[in-house]
Design a protein around this ligand. Structure first.
Ligand SMILES: CC(C)(COP(=O)(O)OP(=O)(O)OC[C@H]1O[C@@H](n2cnc3c(N)ncnc32)[C@H](O)[C@@H]1OP(=O)(O)O)[C@@H](O)C(=O)NCCC(=O)NCCS
Length: 144
C-alpha cells in the first residue's frame, strides 16, 4: 500500500530520478534543483509524493497565481500504475488548492500523450478546444 505526503526539496533527487526513468518526460532547466526549491517555496503544501515505505513511486506538483491552479509533473513509476496512485495524488493536490480558495485548475498535456489524455478525461477533466497556448523563450537556451 502507498502513502501520500507533501513534497519537500529533499525529495528532489528521487523525483528527478523518477522523471528520468519515465519515457516521454524531459527534464528542462526549469526542473533544476534551484528552480524546484523556488517553486516549492512559492507554493507551500501544494506538491505531493506517493511513497511505498521510503521509496518515492509518484509525484505531482502544483502552484497557483491567486486565481487558478496549475498542475504539472504528474507521474507514477511504471510498475506502480493502475493502482489509483495518480488519482490519490491528484485528489491531494485539488484538496490543498481548494483549501486556499482555488477551485479551477489547468494542466498541459502533450498531444502525443494518449495515455495521459485518457487519464485526465477519466478523471472528469475537460479538454479545451477553445484555447491555443503561446510560449516565448527569453534566453539563448532553447531548453530553458
Ligand atoms: C498518467 C499516469 C500518471 C497515471 O498513473 P496511475 O497511477 O496509473 O493512474 P491511476 O491508477 O490513478 O488511474 C489510471 C487507471 O487505473 C485504474 N485503476 C485505479 N485503481 C485501480 C486498481 N486498484 N486496479 C485496477 N485499475 C485501477 C483507473 O480506473 C484508471 O483507469 P482509466 O485510465 O481507464 O480510467 C501514469 O500513467 C504515468 O505516470 N504516465 C507517464 C507520465 C504522464 O504521462 N503523466 C501525465 C502527464 S500530463
Amino acid at each position: 500500500m502507498f502513502s501520500i505526503r507533501t513534497m519537500q526539496i529533499g525529495d528532489y533527487d528521487s523525483v528527478a530520478a523518477l522523471m528520468q526513468e519515465t519515457p516521454g518526460i524531459s527534464l528542462r532547466d526549469a526542473d533544476s534543483r534551484e528552480s524546484t526549491a523556488r517553486y516549492l517555496e512559492r507554493n507551500p503544501g501544494l506538491s505531493f509524493v506517493a511513497c511505498i515505505e521510503q521509496n518515492i513511486i509518484g509525484c505531482i506538483m502544483s502552484g497557483h497565481d491567486g486565481r487558478r491552479g496549475y498542475l504539472q509533473h504528474l507521474l507514477v513509476h511504471p510498475q506502480q500504475r493502475k493502482k489509483g496512485v495518480a488519482h490519490a495524488l491528484l485528489e491531494s493536490c485539488l484538496a490543498a488548492l481548494e483549501q486556499i480558495g482555488i477551485h479551477k485548475s489547468h494542466i498541459d498535456v502533450l498531444k502525443t500523450n494518449e495515455a495521459g489524455a485518457a487519464f485526465w478525461q477519466h478523471q472528469g477533466w475537460h479538454k479545451r478546444t477553445d484555447i491555443e497556448r503561446y510560449s516565448f523563450i527569453r534566453s539563448a537556451d532553447a531548453n530553458a
